[in-house]
Design a binder for this molecule. Structure first.
Ligand code: AMP
Ligand code: ZN
Length: 477
């Protein structure tokens, strides 16, 4: 078998770039924290989806399509979801037409469907598994671990305790708690406010389970009817699909603390393992005017608004433009999102050839090498652009361009052209030929440039039979 190329990844756990060595090269396993489905995803949320989609494609390229398992969860249990269900269906619930649980399911179903439609437009592949938190609360009977079982194990092993209507993780019980975020317990204690959460043994202790009031959604458990804390769901679902120790865990920077730190604490203490995931990867923030885009700041645009409404810069933006715009910054750097950046991506895409078959070509080393170096998509996009120019000049290069573009998920599609558009292109071509005959070159060039702007490229040539000037056209994107 051919030697596998070396992939290096920046590991938040060690704060350094390391050669990647999977536990089992026949089954490389990656987990990424997915969306909480109570509202439209914003374009900041699209960043981890796109970044880890590129990594998924790269891992499949290096280890083989059938040798990578990618799990990304859907968080469909959260107090924000309950609040949204009450807001949207309050009347129906009051009238008795809908139970709270049904209302919650409507919110999560609708939002999950919307999320799928949004990210499909961004060219993201389906992960291998997309588990929903609500399906992993109680014992399942299929051998896959669940949240209640994990919490029971943590109590048995002396890492969790019951207090004040909650089950809490005892951070003091774990000697090396805080390795990922490099916080130690003393720092946390000093920073914590006194008198808050008097039932906690240590201020940093976090909720594994909390009791629900009769109106709140809940599941039966050994500690009474209640619902899980946020962190435990990822410990359960990652173990269910990837095992107690796996290769890569990803998400946005904001998840390092407390979410990922606490996932590590739960998983390692429940399984008695030294490691949860070997590599931890975090994408930087997408910002507007220097501030992280977030729901709570109110400075967000949804993916759907960008795709389907004329809200961002007064126009709609194709998904592939948004995707490429993201990849033009390294995943660990912040992105200052702007119309200018989208336009830049759009200009590049317009020059790239469509119609190549990736199956007929090999990924070019100029694109692959930077990706293998901690996902340097910036250099990869530059190399891809150079390849596009080669392919435009030499059709034999088209499959190589296509295979390389596919690795980044930015392969231009051959656009469908309607009959009406076809007719109007033909009319414009005739008009331009007349302008050229009349030596009105400015007008002729304007027609050509306007069409190019729309992705229609004109090619001038000579009819080999008559020697007359002929113009053909093709869709570049
Ligand atoms: P949330 O629904 O807030 O838990 O976010 C889902 C994913 O999006 C997580 O991986 C977050 O880290 C990530 N995320 C949220 N906001 C941003 C942002 N402004 N830029 C980049 N990633 C973000
Ligand atoms: Zn998570």
């Amino acid at each position: 078998m051919a030697e596998k190329p070396v992939l290096t990844l920046y590991n938040t756990l060690t704060r350094s770039k390391e050669p990647f060595a999977p536990i089992d090269p026949d089954n490389v396993r990656m987990y990424v924290c997915g969306p909480t489905v109570y509202d439209f995803a914003h374009i900041g949320n699209a960043r981890p989806v796109i970044v880890f989609d590129v990594l998924f494609r790269l891992l499949r390229h290096v280890y083989g399509e059938d040798h990578v398992t990618y799990a990304r969860n859907i968080t469909d249990v959260d107090d924000k979801i309950n609040a949204r269900a009450l807001r949207d269906f309050g009347k129906e619930i009051e009238d008795g037409r809908l139970s709270l649980n049904e209302a919650i399911r409507r919110v999560t179903e609708k939002t999950a469907n919307q999320f799928h439609a949004d990210i499909a437009a961004l060219g993201a592949m389906q992960p291998t598994h997309e588990p929903r938190a609500t399906e992993f609360v109680q014992p399942r009977g299929d051998g896959k671990v669940d949240m209640i079982t994990l919490i029971e194990r943590l109590i048995e092993r002396g890492h969790a305790y019951q207090a004040g209507g909650e089950v809490l993780f005892d951070t003091q019980s774990m000697a090396d708690y805080g390795q990922l975020s490099k916080r130690n317990l003393d720092e946390q204690q000093a920073g914590a406010r006194v008198a808050v959460d008097a039932h906690k043994r240590n201020p940093g202790d976090f909720v594994l389970w909390k009791l629900s009031s009769p109106e709140e959604p809940g599941w039966e458990s050994p500690w009474g009817r209640g619902r899980p804390g946020w962190h435990i769901e990822c410990s359960a679902m990652s173990a269910a699909y990837l095992g107690e120790t796996f290769d890569i865990h990803g998400g946005g920077l904001d998840l390092i603390f407390p979410h990922h730190e606490n996932e590590i604490a739960q998983s390692r203490c429940a399984h008695g393992t030294p490691v949860m995931s070997n590599v931890w990867m975090h994408n930087g923030f997408l910002q507007v005017e220097g501030r992280k885009m977030s729901k709570s700041e109110g400075n967000f645009f949804t993916i759907s608004e960008l795709l389907h409404e004329e809200k961002f810069g007064g126009r709609k933006w194709p998904g592939e433009v948004l995707r490429l715009a993201m990849l033009m910054t390294h995943y660990r750097e912040p992105i200052d999102f702007s119309v200018k950046r989208l336009e830049e991506a759009e200009r590049l895409l317009a020059k790239w050839p469509a119609g190549g078959n990736p199956a007929e070509g090999r990924v070019d080393e100029s694109v692959r090498a930077p990706l293998l170096d901690d996902l340097n998509t910036v250099a990869a996009v530059q190399a891809l652009h150079a390849l596009a120019q080669c392919a435009n000049a030499d059709p034999l290069m088209l499959p190589v361009f296509a295979a390389s573009a596919e690795l980044l998920g930015v392969l231009p599609k051959k656009a469908e052209v309607s009959k009406a558009l076809e007719d109007s292109i033909e009319t414009l071509i005739q008009l331009r030929l007349e302008m050229l005959k009349a030596k009105n070159f400015a007008e002729a060039d304007k027609i050509r440039d306007d069409l190019a702007e729309k992705g229609i490229q004109l090619k001038d040539g000579k009819d080999p039979g008559t020697g007359e000037r002929v113009t053909t056209w093709e869709v570049r994107r």
